[in-house]
Design a protein around this ligand. Structure first.
Ligand SMILES: C[S@@+](CC[C@H](N)C(=O)[O-])C[C@H]1O[C@@H](n2cnc3c(N)ncnc32)[C@H](O)[C@@H]1O
Length: 425
């Protein structure tokens, strides 16, 4: 395996790092407070739960105590969980209850990736694009990188077995096609690392490597176990981005999670397809706010609440400017009208056919889960006597997927940074 497994020791042994850490801490705490005061208080209607003298999330002292208590419960759990997840073949995946939901999420990733590659190419049509796939898992996005004709890919993940599968898939991709036009155009490197604790830039074979794009799909929230972990993950995502480069990803929407929790009777909410269990109904520390997420047997390990406005503040420290952060619903509305994207929706089987063909069982058996599709179907039938087939997701699956947001940050160019500096001084 073409990969280094160097653990990152001694980060705090360097006195310059202590100063840097102190600076970062002060900055992030300030940013966190700002995010809390200005945004979260409104969005989450955070209460001070019985202690009016404290900020909504408690003091920073309390936050760090929380982080210490929770310190590192998840890293080994997460790696173990993902390593143990069996890679099932296409046939098994087709039978899965969340077949359409998974494909829908995959479509969102495809569009987000295609969109950002397009932005990069518009700026520099001849650029040989270099991409960092952070928390790449088993390589679910390899085909997207191939299709996007990138030149170089770096993959990293904490789960060794997953990373091995990713590398195997990459090699298969190269061998699969005899058509020279379909050959894999990019070379790839693989690094096993706990990206919330190790610094990737110290591992690269090419120490001067820079990326046009970092993609971190369905993973960044794991690092919100503690402030230090979130900072390291963010550093890994942004440190080697070129000016004008992008950091994209998908994460659960912290505000939506808390909204649903508040609307539920206990600390649990969900349906037949997904469930979320919080440990408290009214305490949401900025870091280390653990909840358990279960998606029809796909993910079942501790996750951590990510307040997007806080990530946005933290990202500014890396000269990263938010381009967009959209719910999957908004993103779908915005992109599904484009004929190419709509064709991709159907090629990727991202929506379930309604009404189903005879002999096909719908994904959801919950009463009323297709009433929206039925209403639409009836309306169309009144207008035309053609044979009508719709694409949809059951309400329960929609509820699960609408928990997520898709985001893109862009690294400022030195000119933009200089302008920002002058306008604030
Ligand atoms: C839901 S999977 C997503 C995989 C892939 N990005 C995709 O979209 O198919 C989450 C991945 O994050 C990885 N992960 C979680 N915490 C990590 C950490 N601290 N360092 C590196 N990888 C991590 C897991 O091992 C897993 O492969």
């Amino acid at each position: 395996m073409d990969r280094k497994c160097r653990w990152h020791h001694g980060h705090s042994q360097d006195p310059r790092n202590d100063t840097l850490n102190a600076y970062l801490r002060a900055h992030i705490e300030g940013a966190a407070q700002h995010a809390l005061n200005t945004i979260m208080a409104e969005v989450l209607e955070v209460t001070t739960a019985g202690n009016p003298s404290k900020g909504a999330e408690g003091t920073s002292e309390e936050t760090s105590k929380n982080a210490t208590l929770l310190d590192s419960i998840s890293d080994s759990v997460v790696a173990k969980h993902y390593n143990e997840r069996q890679e099932v073949g296409l046939q098994e995946r087709t039978k899965s209850r969340i077949f359409f939901l998974r494909n829908f999420n995959n479509w969102i990733k495809s569009i987000c990736i295609a969109d950002v590659l397009q932005r990069l190419r518009t700026r520099d049509p001849r650029a040989e694009l270099t991409v960092l796939d952070l928390c790449c898992g088993k390589g679910g996005d390899l085909l997207k990188w191939k299709k996007g004709q990138i030149s170089r890919l770096v993959c990293s993940d904490i789960a060794e077995m997953s990373l091995q599968q990713c590398e195997e898939r990459y090699k298969e991709l190269g061998n699969r096609s005899h058509n020279p036009h379909e050959k894999v155009t990019f070379r790839a490197e693989f690094y096993k690392a706990d990206l919330s604790k190790e610094v990737l830039s110290e591992m690269y074979e090419d120490p001067s490597i820079q990326f046009h794009l970092t993609s971190c799909q369905f993973s960044f929230h794991y690092s919100f176990e503690s402030q230090a972990q979130a900072e390291t993950m963010l550093r890994n995502a942004c440190e080697r981005l070129r000016p004008g480069g992008y950091f994209i990803g998908t994460v659960p929407n912290g505000c939506e999670l808390v909204r649903r929790l508040r609307a539920s009777e206990g600390t649990w909410f969900g349906n037949d397809f997904y469930s979320v269990n919080f440990h408290s109904k009214d305490k949401f520390p900025l870091f280390g706010c653990q909840y358990d997420f279960h998606l029809d047997g796909v993910v079942d390990c501790p996750e951590f609440l990510l307040y997007f406005p806080l990530l946005e503040e933290m990202a500014k420290r890396h000269q990263m400017e938010l381009v967009y952060c959209k719910t999957f619903h908004e993103f779908f509305q915005e992109h599904s009208g484009d004929p190419e994207n709509s064709q991709l929706l159907s090629r990727m089987k991202s929506l379930e056919q309604y009404p189903p063909d005879r002999g096909n069982t719908p994904s959801s058996s919950t009463d009323g889960d297709y009433s929206h599709a039925e209403e639409h179907f009836q309306r169309l039938k009144e207008q035309s006597d053609r044979h009508i087939k719709l694409g949809t997701l059951s309400k329960s699956e929609w509820e699960a997927t609408s928990l997520y947001v898709v985001f893109a940050f862009r690294k400022e160019t030195s000119q933009e940074s200089a302008t920002a500096m002058t306008s604030t001084t």
